[in-house]
Ligand binder design. Structure first.
Ligand SMILES: Cc1cc2nc3c(=O)[nH]c(=O)nc-3n(C[C@H](O)[C@H](O)[C@H](O)COP(=O)(O)OP(=O)(O)OC[C@H]3O[C@@H](n4cnc5c(N)ncnc54)[C@H](O)[C@@H]3O)c2cc1C
Length: 396
């Protein structure tokens, strides 16, 4: 009999290897799974009847992430951590949305929004799955389906928490009938999407995934840590008082700010403070500490920040164009006037901030210990060997 949810629970969830990406929930043909929050973190739970079909285990990228097979499937060749510090890519660019409002209100330079806007307006996709503030609990983010540029504006520019965006796959494709979709996600979301595409299972969903936009990722963070910051630095002890959270409020790279029901805007901590001094050391999700993928190695297009001074406006993205699909979309988005790009030296990317360092150096080192002690460890198929980079890191 194929494995059911009980096996996924035993092999992945109870071993601490679930990323919270939501793929199993988003694919279950019985709609028997839901995302619940356990101690504040998203986790799949059986809420209906499991008729074991093997799908949830097959597409899960919690314990098994065949990056070498993915590289072969996507690029026709293998990569690896040691010799490919940024994964395989066609172009390394920097760029920004040509819409000055989007650029100013985006996480980095608005390239992600610009690409989605282009793809939606020109019919490359019919819908995009993104993350957005939860209307019921506006201090948290949830998966959100955007079908217009107006709706895309509701996407969060940045949220530090893990959002199970892949949980919307079935609803988007099977129930709502969208046949051409894009998904924005962290490297771990994209791993599962590639597993779906490689297995061609479920076929309808595999075929509908037209564009994957990966975000560079140092880590996502336990919401408990964010809650602590709100209380410690802004005196907000009741989350119900919060009407909106902005992790990048003010000038780039911004600050965590909270608006409360009494009309006050609270400064909680600068991006630099909360990332490197508070959430970074204390509240990185444990599963993120076992991930060596910083630059969304198997996304069509991966976007990140640039901490080196490369332009007078710091709202700018690093953009790794990886696949032929990604290259065509970027080319057309530039041609249609949505996006502006120029070449970016690839060696700038791993040295920008501490993201690459924490994922592809520190985590790889940590994974060796986990292996030695026999602790649960995801298998990324490539040997976990680090690539040593010469030169200095640049901080914001
Ligand atoms: C948790 C986290 C850690 C990051 N770490 C680094 C890093 O160390 N170094 C680096 O260079 N870049 C990092 N990035 C990427 C960077 O902050 C920007 O997200 C990226 O450059 C895209 O910027 P943009 O202006 O193009 O995005 P925008 O045009 O503003 O669009 C942002 C898109 O990201 C989606 N989004 C935001 N937060 C999440 C989330 N948590 N889960 C899923 N989707 C989300 C939104 O729904 C939206 O579609 C990180 C991003 C996140 C979310």
């Amino acid at each position: 009999m194929p494995p059911g949810f009980e096996q996924l629970k035993k092999n992945v969830i109870q071993k601490g290897l679930c990323t919270g990406c939501g793929t199993c929930v988003g694919l279950c043909p019985q709609k028997a799974l839901e995302v619940v929050y356990m101690d504040g973190e998203p986790e799949p739970k059986l809420s209906g009847k499991c008729i074991p079909c093997g799908l949830c285990s097959e597409v899960c990228a919690g314990a098994s992430i065949p990056l070498a097979d993915m590289d072969q499937w996507l690029f026709g060749r293998k990569g690896g951590f040691k010799n490919h510090p940024l994964g395989i890519y066609r172009k390394c660019l920097r760029g920004y949305s040509t819409n000055s409002k989007i650029r100013a209100s985006s996480s980095s330079g608005g390239a992600t929004s610009a690409i989605l806007n282009y793809a939606l307006e020109k019919g490359v996709i019919e819908a995009a799955i993104v993350a957005s503030a939860d209307p019921q609990r506006p201090w948290r983010c949830v998966p959100f389906l955007a079908t217009s540029t107006e709706e895309l504006k509701k996407a969060s520019r940045f949220t530090a928490e893990m959002v199970g965006v892949n949980s919307l796959l079935r609803e988007t494709v099977v129930e709502k009938g969208f046949k051409k979709i894009a998904i924005v996600g962290m490297p771990c979301h994209i791993h599962s999407l590639r597993k779906i595409q490689m297995a061609k299972r479920p076929g309808e969903i595999a075929r509908a995934i037209k564009l994957t936009l990966g975000l560079f990722c140092a880590s996502t963070y336990y919401f408990e840590g964010i809650k602590h910051l709100l209380s410690e630095f802004a005196g907000i002890d009741q989350l119900q008082e919060v009407v909106s959270l902005d992790y990048k409020g003010g000038a780039w790279p911004g600050s965590l700010t909270a608006a409360t029901k009494d009309g006050k805007i609270h400064h909680v901590a600068t991006k630099h403070e909360y990332t490197w001094h508070f959430l970074g050391p204390g509240s990185k999700r444990d599963r993120c500490l076992m991930c060596p993928d910083f630059s969304a190695r198997v996304a069509d297009i991966a976007t990140g920040d640039i901490f080196q001074k490369v332009s007078s406006d710091p709202n700018i993205n690093a953009i790794l164009v990886r696949t032929k699909t990604g290259e065509e979309v970027v080319k057309q988005a530039v041609k249609a006037g949505f996006l502006s790009v120029e070449n970016h030296p690839p060696e700038f990317v791993p040295k920008s901030g501490l993201g690459w360092e924490s994922k592809e150096h520190a985590n790889i080192h940590r994974m060796k210990f986990r292996k030695r002690f026999g602790w649960p460890l995801p298998d990324y198929q490539y040997p976990v060997e680090m690539c040593h980079l010469p030169g200095k890191l640049v901080f914001p």
